[in-house]
Design a protein around this ligand. Structure first.
Ligand code: ADP
Ligand code: MG
Length: 611
């Protein structure tokens, strides 16, 4: 009887295991940083040369290892982090497999130097391709220093798969950034070919995230704090003015471990639906805490995906946590808000103040006096459009408060006025933007985006109340469509009627249009219908109409709003601001464009070099 089966020598099994754990320099550094964090380090520095090909070096100030432990740490399945099977259900450390060090040491020239704070000297171990070459005492500060030279020197096939030094160094930068965001209380530095790429001191999450995700973003971040007794979610999320064109700015962690999990990403993006554009991604740092037994991080040694026991509970919690913050549109909250003045003065004083403000700083639109009311120039021909643009509410006169250093206009019912209604209107710029003042902030509102948002919200309310208001056409129109468009229209006839389009199949690929949403009755409603049908075709008839509802309503809103320059009267501006207060997610139009932008006094002072 011959023996076919042998047990592989450890140097070989380590090399095989390395294939899983050690994919490229950044995966080595991931393992090393995780070990440093598990060792309680508060200062971690990473250095590479030639994209990590020549040298990877990591130094930490963690608890270090004794000589015996240092030698053991290089054995496969040697770990200080779990002891038995039960521990596997409650992993709170980043590592637990006991595979990283032996794997890395088996595919490189490896040096481990480590010292416990209580001991007088450190231990230095040299390993080459998995074989220990030397063990000796060394002088060093408490902590651990690991150098990995000539990675994959003994696996030429792997070496071939390494990308350019820049690419590898870029992966390391991403990795260090993710790790740095996960532990704001730990100082991190990363140098590549002698250049400082990242250097952050110990700080708090908001600062850390803005340091890693981009300069001066701190003010755009809003705190998340959620707990439903099963999942807790905390961290920061960005408002609509801080977005990225990729998932780069999304830092998500489960029980302190970075994940790039589809479910988590989906939940975050769902929350941002309608707040930012579909092809934009927010900047977030979210820490999701869940019972360790309810999440399996042991799916793959390097993959960032996890498995949840109760997927939808986790998804809904994350979405609710982020939505909770976004619903409050915190980016609109006036940080230097002053209490609203209680006394209301006459329009006389308002006019005086506006004039004074105009003289003092911004140029004003030409003023016209209409009896007792103050209006912005509006050409007669534009009035009908203006009426469509906003529903008018008589000649309500914005009034102003008792003397205060800032003038604050508000309306007669301002005791309970919302944020936008309480803004002091300065005027209109370029017939496209509304300028307002709030305390020491100058707010610029894109009137087109704002009305679009307001109309969208009205349409949605109408829809939820039964049906979007529609208008019967005097002469029903017919449209020629493609077969797939006819198919999708016939499939969704009732739903389309719900958003204001009453359609009847007319035989072949012709459709008869009997009624259209009232808002777009004066516009080219047919081209809008075509767009909507094209959208639906793209989705296919298996899609739930409800899922695309927002998109379709926002199309209608967008179509009905006047584009380009459009002079507005003061009362129209007032009305728009009031409607904005009634609008959810007021800072972003349905297409994700921002609605308003704030310039702080301090920023202006900087521009004019007053500080
Ligand atoms: P794991 O992290 O899964 O336990 P590793 O192979 O990464 O396995 O590390 C083996 C052991 O070596 C760890 O359990 C830990 O006790 C020790 N160790 C590794 N790196 C450090 C470090 N930087 N400081 C202190 N101890 C360390
Ligand atoms: Mg480890």
């Amino acid at each position: 009887m011959s023996h076919r089966i042998i047990i592989l020598p450890e140097t070989l099994t380590n090399k095989i295991a390395a294939g899983e754990v050690v994919e490229r320099p950044s995966s080595v550094i991931k393992e090393l940083i995780e070990n440093s964090l598990d060792a309680g380090a508060t200062d971690i520095s990473v250095e590479i040369t030639d994209g990590g090909r020549r040298l990877i070096r990591l130094a930490d100030n963690g608890h270090g290892m004794s000589r015996e432990d240092a030698l053991l740490s290089l054995e496969r399945h040697a770990t200080s982090k779990i002891r038995n099977e039960e521990d596997l259900d409650g992993i709170l450390t980043l590592g637990f497999r006991g595979e990283a060090l032996p794997s890395i040491a088996s595919v490189s020239r490896f040096r481990l130097a480590t010292r416990e704070p209580g001991s007088l000297e450190g231990t230095e171990i040299m390993v080459e391709g998995g074989r220990v070459r030397d063990v000796k005492a060394c002088g060093m500060a408490p902590g651990t220093v690991i150098s990995v030279e000539q990675i994959f020197f003994n696996i030429p096939a792997r070496l071939k798969f390494m990308k350019s030094a820049e690419t590898e160094a870029g992966h390391v930068a991403d990795l260090v950034g993710r790790m740095a965001v996960s532990r704001p209380a730990v100082a991190f530095s990363y140098r590549s070919d002698g250049r400082d790429i990242l250097k952050v001191q110990r700080s708090d999450l908001q600062r850390r995230l803005s340091q890693v995700a981009g300069k001066n973003t701190s003010a755009e971040l809003h705190q998340v704090c959620y707990d439903d007794n099963y999942v807790s979610v905390s961290g920061f999320v960005s408002g609509p003015s801080l977005v990225r064109s990729s998932l780069q700015g999304m830092y998500t962690y489960i029980n302190g471990r970075y994940v790039r999990d589809k479910l988590v990403q989906h939940a975050v993006m769902q929350a941002y639906r309608g707040v930012i554009d579909r092809v934009r991604y927010p900047v977030v740092a979210l820490f999701i805490q869940i019972l360790p037994g309810d999440v399996d991080v042991n799916v793959h040694p390097t993959k960032h995906e996890v498995r949840f026991r109760r997927q939808s509970a986790v998804h809904d919690a994350i979405q609710a946590a982020v939505e909770g913050v976004l619903r409050g549109s915190p980016w609109l909250v006036n940080k230097t808000a002053e209490p609203l003045p209680s006394k209301i003065q006459t329009g006389e004083a308002y006019r005086e103040r506006i004039a004074a403000a105009a003289q003092a700083s911004l140029s004003m639109p030409r003023r016209e006096e209409h009896g007792n009311s103050y209006t912005f120039p509006a050409a007669e021909s534009n009035k009908a459009e203006a009426a469509m643009f906003l529903s008018q509410t008589g000649d309500e006169l914005p009034t102003v408060s008792e003397p205060t250093t800032h003038f604050t206009a508000h309306n007669a019912d301002s005791e309970c006025a919302g944020y936008f209604s309480s803004l002091a209107i300065i005027g209109q710029f370029h017939s496209e933007y509304i300028l307002c003042q709030s305390g020491s902030e100058l707010m610029i509102i894109d009137q087109h985006a704002a009305s679009e948002r307001v109309l969208f919200q009205r349409l949605k309310q109408q829809f939820l109340a039964g049906k979007v208001e529609s208008q019967r056409l005097l002469f029903p129109d017919t449209v020629e469509l493609s077969f797939s468009e006819v198919a999708v229209a016939s499939h969704f006839l009732t739903e389309l009627a719900g958003i204001g389009f009453e359609l009847e199949p007319f035989g072949g690929n012709t459709l008869m249009v009997a009624a259209v949403p009232r808002l777009v009755a004066e516009k080219n409603a047919i081209s809008l219908l075509r767009d909507i049908l094209a959208d639906l075709v793209e989705l296919g008839i298996s899609a739930a109409f409800q899922d695309v509802l927002d998109e379709l309503l926002s199309r209608i809103a967008c179509h009905s709003v006047v584009r380009g320059a459009h002079p507005l009267e003061a009362c129209q501006i007032g009305e728009l601001l009031r409607s904005m207060d009634e609008t959810d997610f007021s800072a972003s139009c349905p297409h994700g464009r921002p609605v308003s932008h704030v310039i702080r006094l301090a920023e202006l002072e900087k521009i004019f070099k007053r500080t």
